[in-house]
Design a protein. Structure first.
Length: 368
């Protein structure tokens, strides 16, 4: 009996050692992963000049007084109407296969090719990401828009995103892009201030906007065109407010120089005047805490918003899209300085076929 007890104690001690060493191994691997992620974190400068990723053979050097703009968050060609997304309450971290991404990319390219405006702004364009199966989306789009100057700024570069644990997103390289028919004087990437705390910041986007400057036909003023993509999942919108205040200083400074300013993209705030119940939906309210109203009294005096109040630009991703069921709202649009006249604005209702956003078109005329 004593021998059996001794053997039992030895087995328990051995089992305890295995558990301890296993925990040490897991904690060591986790620590090494966090250390590696901290060392390799993407840390772009506050302001960085961008080089063209595409240059047309022929081009104009002066922007006309009337021109058109298109903005579209293409959702890395992975958030079509059949998809959901884990950060929005769904379960998916990426489409089921590469064919889905390729099909969405074709639909996105077909639309953009048939709506070639003077300026085209895109958000969530992948370069080499597991979530889009390595398809080089920015290369494909730049090749298609060979008659444009193209500029690309990274805002998401992580070696391995470990969530969701059941199916991690893996490596992500993604950004925002501007394509223009007119030769810019300069193009810069401006980093937004603020970030999540460690270690969440290791796996989050490094938000930014692209600012570009142009000569204007028959004018001494410059056109400043901005493509932006604000934060999305900061509870309460603290980061978004900080980013908006930073943007406000930038655009007011450019306007005070006498320039024309057009700012567009994915604001990740419901446009001023748009409430949570602007469109009908059945999505449970627990999934909607990431959607916030635009800060009151933020819009500078005389500046004008351009968005299509009749058509949603975004749908919720807690489940595949069903019209009238998924929450929809308007977070994509434009803000122009007082010396810019809005001629028209339209959101194309594509039924979120290839992205969880719809594209928005703007036509403007520059004043004196």
């Amino acid at each position: 009996m004593y021998v059996n007890q001794k053997k039992g104690r030895m087995k328990m001690e051995l089992l305890g050692q295995i558990v301890v060493y296993t925990l040490i191994g897991i904690l060591g691997a986790l620590g090494a992963f966090l250390l590696f992620s901290t060392i390799t974190i993407y840390s772009p400068p506050s302001v960085m000049e961008l080089s063209a990723i595409s240059t047309p053979a022929t081009f104009e050097t002066y922007v006309p007084k009337k021109f058109s703009v298109l903005t579209w968050n293409i959702g890395y060609a992975g958030l079509d109407a059949s998809e959901d997304f884990f950060m929005d309450g769904g379960t998916m971290s990426m489409p089921p296969n590469k064919n889905v991404v390729a099909k969405n990319m074709q639909g996105i390219k077909d639309f953009v090719a048939s709506h070639e405006r003077d300026f085209i702004s895109l958000q969530e364009v992948d370069e080499n990401s597991a979530r889009s199966y390595g398809i080089n989306e920015i290369e494909e789009i730049a090749h298609m828009l060979r008659s444009y100057f193209g500029y690309y700024a990274l805002n998401y570069k992580v070696n391995f995103v470990p969530v969701p644990l059941s199916h991690p997103m893996g490596n992500v390289t993604s950004g925002i892009a501007v394509f223009t028919k007119y030769k810019p004087l300069k193009v810069e990437r401006w980093s937004f201030p603020g970030d999540y705390s460690w270690p969440v910041n290791l796996f989050q986007l490094k938000r930014c906007f692209i600012a570009s400057w142009y000569n204007v036909k028959n004018s001494n003023k410059k056109l400043v065109y901005v493509n932006l993509h604000l934060s999305a999942f900061d509870k309460g919108g603290k980061l978004r407010k900080e980013q908006l205040d930073y943007l406000k200083k930038f655009m007011l400074n450019e306007y005070e120089k006498g320039n024309y300013v057009v700012v567009g993209g994915d604001w990740n705030n419901m446009m001023p005047g748009i409430t949570l119940h602007h469109f009908e939906f059945t999505t449970p309210l627990k999934y909607l805490d990431i959607y916030i109203n635009f800060p009151k009294d933020w819009t500078p005096a005389g500046w004008k918003w351009a968005y299509d109040a009749k058509t949603p630009s975004l749908r919720s991703d807690e489940k595949p899209y069903v019209k009238g069921e998924n929450f929809t709202t308007i977070i994509d649009g434009f803000l122009v300085s007082p010396n810019v006249k809005i001629l028209s604005v339209k959101t194309f209702d594509l039924g979120f076929k290839n992205s969880d956003h719809n594209p928005v078109e703007l036509e403007v005329e520059l004043g004196k």
